[in-house]
Design a protein around this ligand. Structure first.
Ligand code: 13P
Length: 249
């Protein structure tokens, strides 16, 4: 039985006081029956780490360097994240891939490094609109799984959640239909079965991301292969994120 895993990616939003007030609202008013993670920006991680300590709200980061230390101006190492109490890191987000040129190889290097330092990973994949319209969605996503998980063992896979985020649905208000999303999740699960085992395919948690809102979360989560959500815009306010956290209350 896979657990429901709802994650909020805050992207480049919120100063310290704004972040702390959102966290307080989530902790005071939300329930944590499902697995819940928030990924605030780097600059507020330390403050948020203090606020979530001893609670069920898991702290994640949105990105991480390919290196542990050294001459990498502007980068953040997994050691620094661990030092702040971060438990998980989002890697390969489409905004990292498309705006900052992250390739499958870079994402794979980051996944290896995160796991080496015992950080859980939310590994993002997804096709562009052009790829979908050319009928390539399944192929692109399957290939991202193969390349991103290169040389990752079945044991290590237990620390990885896959997030399917069709690029055309991110921040656009367009959500994949639950059927379309579930079809791709099925492809991902099948690929995990081929690369690892039937058991690994059964166990892997696959989140959907792309304009998830309180109004569509239930129908998405009702699909057999959708195990959670990676939420952007709707994760920025307690009044929209709490109903997502508690979609099955
Ligand atoms: P939106 O929910 O704003 O579409 O963002 C999705 C996303 O990119 C989460 O990582």
């Amino acid at each position: 039985m896979r657990i429901s895993y709802m994650a909020g990616n805050w992207k480049m939003n919120y100063t310290r006081s704004e972040a702390l007030s959102l966290v307080k609202e989530l902790l005071d008013n939300g329930s944590f029956k499902n697995k819940i993670l928030i990924a605030p920006p780097f600059t507020v991680l330390e403050a948020v780490a203090g606020a979530v300590k001893g609670t069920d709200l898991i702290l994640g980061a949105q990105n991480m360097s390919t290196n542990e230390s050294g001459a990498h101006t502007g980068e953040i190492s997994p050691l620094m994240l661990k030092d702040l109490g971060v438990k998980a890191v989002i890697l390969g987000h489409s905004e990292r891939r498309s705006i900052y040129g992250e390739t499958d190889k870079i994402v794979n290097t980051k996944i290896h490094l995160a796991l080496k330092h015992s950080l859980d990973v939310i590994f993002c994949i997804g096709e562009t609109l052009e790829e979908r319209e050319s009928g390539l969605a399944e192929k692109i996503v399957a290939n991202q799984v193969i390349e991103g998980l290169k040389d990752i063992s079945e044991n290590e896979l237990e620390s990885i959640t896959i997030a399917y985020e069709p690029v055309w649905a991110i921040g656009t208000g367009k959500t994949a239909t639950p059927e379309d999303a579930d079809d791709i999740h099925k492809v991902i699960r099948k690929k995990i079965g081929e690369l690892y085992s039937k058991e690994a395919a059964e166990n892997i948690i696959i989140q959907y991301g792309g304009s998830v809102k309180p109004s569509n979360v239930k129908e998405l989560m009702a699909k057999p292969n959708i195990d959670g959500a990676l939420v952007g815009g709707a994760a920025l306010k307690a009044e929209t994120f709490i109903p997502i956290m508690e979609y099955n209350k």
